[in-house]
Design a protein around this ligand. Structure first.
Ligand code: ACO
Length: 325
């Protein structure tokens, strides 16, 4: 038995923040951002619009597409690094507001790899027969941890959510395998230093702006290219497949230059890389399910397609997966 995706959904906040808008906040330019990242605009949550609000909208659409009701769900797994609050889990809030009365709920913290990590949890429960229907969500309000005075990071991130409902299948399709990695030695490459038990919220912590994301972008860039390439090759090797078997690479949407380098190293054309970072930026755990939902609804991903997921992010974490749609 395998797990497969029964339906997808996505939601982005209404407010569009363009590169020109950012020119008014920090010393940057539309041309620098487009050339160095490929991002043209991103979405920003309204004041008070939280991770659960975005996640619920995506989840409802995924349930509709799967032709299931909330009370059919056995488990909700939410991938996020920008939950509504430290306690309780944001997945619990979504469980209640969706009316998923039979479902257990948990959050996963694996930054931009969160959705692939969450898929692996859903897959393990479904394959083992413990649970039948699992809702996996990636939802982020990255604007809540963005330092709007730091041009190195504020141009990169966006808010959004994507979701998928998984169920069992005995057909020759679905999630063929998932591969997860982590290397905590590199935990300081991308981090939010404050707000946890090391530096609890305090006046001095806030004055040092430790509540915001810090990133050593240049070092991250080089590691991202290598780990994503390795993760794709590992996933294909596990299935005895070659790059020529792949219809689409669905990567974490971080930077167009990273994705071009990965595609080139693998020998994939850019037409085979599913992209939406020009419109949404880096939405961390939401980026893969957001792009997946768009590609499914546009008819780009069709039954029988072979899709390889690839992600990297804070931790460091990196991950891949192979799906026969
Ligand atoms: N506008 C104008 N200039 C800028 C900006 C900006 N927004 N940001 C940085 N610069 C300047 C720098 O200050 C630097 O100037 P200097 O040479 O005078 O010091 C110059 O541009 C070059 O800076 P680099 O950091 O070397 O620029 P680079 O080409 O590496 O691009 C970027 C930076 C876009 C951040 C890139 O390194 C990148 O995408 N890295 C990967 C980030 C990533 O993918 N993170 C994913 C994980 S996120 C997560 O897990 C939540």
């Amino acid at each position: 038995m395998r797990s497969h995706i029964l339906g997808t959904g996505a939601y982005v906040p209404k407010q569009v923040l363009t590169n020109v808008d950012l020119e008014g906040l920090v010393e940057t330019s539309d041309s620098w951002i487009v050339e160095r990242t490929g991002i043209r605009e991103r979405r920003k949550a309204a004041p008070g619009e939280a991770c659960s609000d975005l996640g619920i909208q995506a989840a409802q659409l995924a349930l509709q597409a799967a032709h299931l009701q909330a009370d059919d769900l056995d488990l909700i797994v939410l991938a996020t690094c920008t939950g509504d609050s430290p306690l309780p889990s944001t997945a619990s809030l979504i469980q209640y507001r969706l009316g998923a009365t039979s479902a257990a709920a948990l959050d996963i913290s694996a930054a931009c790899c969160g959705f692939v990590y969450a898929l692996s949890v859903a897959d393990a429960y479904i394959r083992s027969g413990v649970y039948r229907h699992v809702l996996v969500i990636g939802s982020e309000v990255m604007s809540s941890i963005t330092d709007w005075t730091d041009r190195n990071t504020c141009v990169l991130f966006g808010d959004g959510a994507g979701a998928a409902v998984l169920g069992p299948t005995e057909e020759d399709r679905g999630l063929l395998s998932v591969h997860l990695h982590a290397d905590g030695r590199l935990s300081d490459l991308i981090c939010v230093p404050g707000g946890g038990s090391t530096y609890p919220v305090s006046e001095s912590m806030l004055a040092e702006r430790l509540q915001y994301v810090k990133m050593r972008g240049n070092e991250t860039f080089k590691i991202a290219v290598k780990t994503m390439e390795d993760a794709v090759r590992e996933a294909l090797d596990a299935q005895n497949m070659k790059v020529s078997d792949v219809d689409f690479l669905l990567p974490h949407q971080a930077n167009i230059r990273i994705l071009k380098a990965v595609a080139q190293r693998l020998g994939l054309s850019m037409e085979q890389v599913i992209l939406n970072l020009d419109r949404f930026g880096n939405t961390s755990a939401a980026s893969i399910p957001l792009a997946l939902d768009e590609a499914v609804r546009a008819g780009q991903i069709r039954p029988g397609c072979l899709i390889v997921l690839a992600a990297f992010g804070a931790g460091l974490t990196w991950a891949s997966g192979v799906i026969r749609w």
